[in-house]
Design a protein around this ligand. Structure first.
Ligand SMILES: Nc1nc2c(ncn2[C@@H]2O[C@H](COP(=O)(O)OP(=O)(O)OP(=O)(O)O)[C@@H](O)[C@H]2O)c(=O)[nH]1
Ligand SMILES: [Mg+2]
Length: 452
């Protein structure tokens, strides 16, 4: 597939809509407009145009056209956008007319963005963010994607890389000009900066995967004894009857999942089989899956059955830990005396991390429970970092970088240290998609050759 080709594709989702947008990019864009009887509009101004089919001269649509001549366009090439009526017949008519024009072909998935990357309009992290923004389902996801698309991670990575290249340039000078004694402070400053950089990157890596979590969703599991009301709570959170609720203990046997938007944060919540000793093979498997889910989850809601085990059963108790929210359900069944004993009356005032008393049936305590759940989900997503790592790819590259930095600091020979710094530079370059040696040479010459 040559990038000489002029490509086109609908930029809007398929289906009936008021407006559909078709994007065209490549050297034959102006020709395509001309063939459809559109005289070249003023750049970057929406212009009304009657589109015609080049082969039949039939009217295709009364549309709006925007013209972005190279290089000031998304792809860096000549680009046009056609804002047409969103009916299927109109869309198909225009697409087939474009297809009939020589030198034009439908775009491959991601091809516009790929061209933008090739033209240096955006780096890899920005291209990734663009995909994330299109996929974003919650506000937090959109916010994170927008920040990264604005260059947050790119800028951060380039800043690290700049510092590292400078350190490497100093070291190269030591190697290339061994006779010129490098002042003691310069050598010290060099290794100081490498050490600082290693710490900065390590701090970034110690974010507990928050950026990735915002992309993928916080994994929450509801666990507890059978009949506690786990499925009832799950349905309440999912706002639909997704799981079967029944008086029979052992109703849920499989893991059931639902996507939630909690306060703008994405959550993948799982309802599970009640935990109990059982001889029944299917239920045993269900219990095994519950335990596995609880282990893998970012956050576990431990739900006790207020009707049967008001004193909290041991097994469920043992599940409580740092990543759990504990709640006793069926608060409506607790009698007055019992309520006093358990402190139900104080429940809404209880501090965070204390056990909640709730009734999924009456709604008692649910608001407070939800607000803690939302807060905990938020805590699992927000790192306060300007440029969170959003993909495992970023993390791997940074890990590789810190390993190389640590090795460089312990190397016996400057040549070996330089090789490790070079590997570290490459690892960073892989994040943004820019790995080039020229840059390094430039710095070496600029910083050291003057006056030599
Ligand atoms: N009184 C009362 N009953 C409730 C409450 N929440 C759930 N129930 C009832 O408790 C029973 C069990 O509810 P489920 O949601 O199926 O419980 P579960 O924990 O999913 O049970 P298993 O799937 O068997 O482990 C049902 O009859 C519900 O209607 C509540 O707050 N108060
Ligand atoms: Mg259930």
């Amino acid at each position: 597939m040559s990038s000489e080709d002029t490509i086109f594709a609908p930029a809007t989702a398929p289906g009936r809509a008021g407006v559909a947008v078709i994007r065209i990019s490549g050297p034959k864009t102006a020709k395509a407009l001309d063939r459809m009887a559109v005289s070249l509009p003023v750049p970057r101004k929406l212009t009304r145009a009657a589109l015609r089919d080049p082969s039949s001269d039939e009217a295709l649509d009364d549309a709006l056209v925007a013209w972005f001549p190279a290089p000031h366009s998304f792809t860096g090439e000549d680009v046009a956008e056609l804002y047409i009526h969103g009916g299927r017949a109109v869309l198909e008519g225009v697409l087939s007319a474009l297809n009939d024009i020589g030198g034009l072909r439908p775009a491959e998935p991601g091809e516009f963005t790929r061209r933008a990357f090739d033209a240096g309009k955006l780096d890899l992290t920005q291209a990734e963010a663009l995909a994330d923004l299109v996929d974003a389902e919650t506000r937090a996801q959109a916010r994170q994607a927008l920040r990264q698309m604005g260059g947050a991670l790119k800028t951060q990575t380039e800043e690290w890389r700049g510092r590292l290249i400078k350190a490497l340039a100093h070291l190269e000078a030591v190697i290339d000009f061994p006779d010129e004694d490098l002042p003691e402070e310069t050598a010290k400053a060099l290794w100081q900066s490498v050490g600082d950089l290693e710490k900065d990157i390590a701090a970034h890596l110690a974010d507990d995967g928050r950026g990735e979590r915002v992309r993928a969703g916080v994994h929450v599991a509801i666990v507890g004894p059978p009949n506690a009301g786990k499925s009832s709570l799950f349905n309440l959170l999912a706002k639909r009857d997704a799981a079967i609720v029944a008086e029979t203990a052992g109703t849920t046997r499989d893991v059931i999942e639902a996507h939630l938007d909690l306060g703008g944060y994405p959550v993948l919540i799982a309802d599970t089989a009640g935990l109990r000793e059982t001889k029944e093979a299917i239920e045993q498997e269900g219990v095994r899956r519950t335990k596995q889910r609880a282990e893998e989850a970012d956050l576990v809601i431990v739900l006790f059955d207020g009707a049967v085990h008001p004193d909290r059963d041991r097994e469920t108790e043992s599940l409580i830990g740092a990543n759990t929210i504990a709640a006793v359900n069926k608060a409506d069944l607790l009698d007055q005396a019992r309520e006093k004993e358990l402190g139900v009356e104080d429940a809404p005032q209880k501090p965070r991390s204390a056990t909640h008393f709730v009734s999924v049936k009456t709604g008692f305590g649910i608001e407070l429970f939800l607000s803690e759940l939302t807060q905990r989900v938020k805590d699992l997503c927000e790192s306060g970092m300007e440029a969170p790592l959003t993909r495992p790819r970023h993390r791997h590259a940074l890990q590789e970088c810190t390993v190389a930095l640590a090795r460089a600091q312990n190397a016996n020979l400057p040549e070996l240290a330089a090789e490790d710094l070079r590997l570290a530079v490459r690892a960073l370059g892989r994040i943004t998609g820019a790995v080039d040696v020229e840059e390094l040479l430039d710095v070496v010459f600029r910083d050291f050759c003057i006056g030599k």
